[in-house]
Design a protein around this ligand. Structure first.
Ligand SMILES: [Zn+2]
Length: 187
């Protein structure tokens, strides 16, 4: 399929408020080389993050593209695409990349054509990464884990765009599995 069709599909998955030109959302092909049969998309939101998504090009006649790997890193204005699926350097982006990987596993429960749009919608939910307070504790920064002194902003998002620290989400829902809400989402 045409590369522009992949870009269009990715852009259309973004919520309406991020489709305006001034929203800061960018969706493009990463310049980095990739494996045969794969493409790398870069989805970024200015001031928040940039994510590289390795996508398997669907065989001819089948619908959609299959996201295989995601790495989330800092957004760098004006920079070329991040190096090919780099290892994120900070704890925040390591946590977000781990969330993305976990969500990908859960999205396997969906029909193939729904996985990339759902992943992009989740990425777009991180729009307010540095500003959204936790819906449970009302703080921006909280310790990354029970025995951690490291402070992170909320990294969990619900499909309704509520932000939570992972521990706060687990406390409010009685389950740490935020991914299930993204799989269960019905448009
Ligand atoms: Zn919290």
């Amino acid at each position: 399929m045409e590369p522009t069709a992949l870009l269009d599909a990715a852009r259309q998955a973004a919520p309406a408020h991020l489709q305006r030109p001034e929203s800061g959302l960018s969706v493009r092909h990463a310049a980095a080389a990739t494996r045969p049969g794969y493409s790398v998309l870069e989805v970024g939101i200015a001031g928040a993050f940039s994510a590289a998504i390795e996508v398997a090009v669907a065989p001819e006649g089948s619908a959609g593209w299959l996201p295989r790997r995601v790495v989330v890193g800092p957004h760098e204005d004006g920079a070329a695409c991040p190096a090919y699926l780099p290892h994120p350097r900070t704890h925040l982006f390591r946590a977000l990349s781990a969330h993305a990987g976990s969500l990908l596993v859960h999205l396997d429960a969906l029909p193939p054509a729904e996985r990339l749009p759902r992943l992009i919608r989740w990425l777009c939910s991180l729009d307010g990464l540095w500003t959204e307070r936790c819906a449970m504790c009302d703080r921006l920064l909280a310790p990354a884990g029970p025995s951690s002194t490291r402070l992170l902003p909320p990294t969990v998002r619900t499909p309704q765009l509520q932000a939570y620290h992972p521990g706060c989400f687990a406390a409010s829902r009685g389950s740490a599995c935020w991914e299930a809400e993204w799989v269960a989402l019905r448009e």
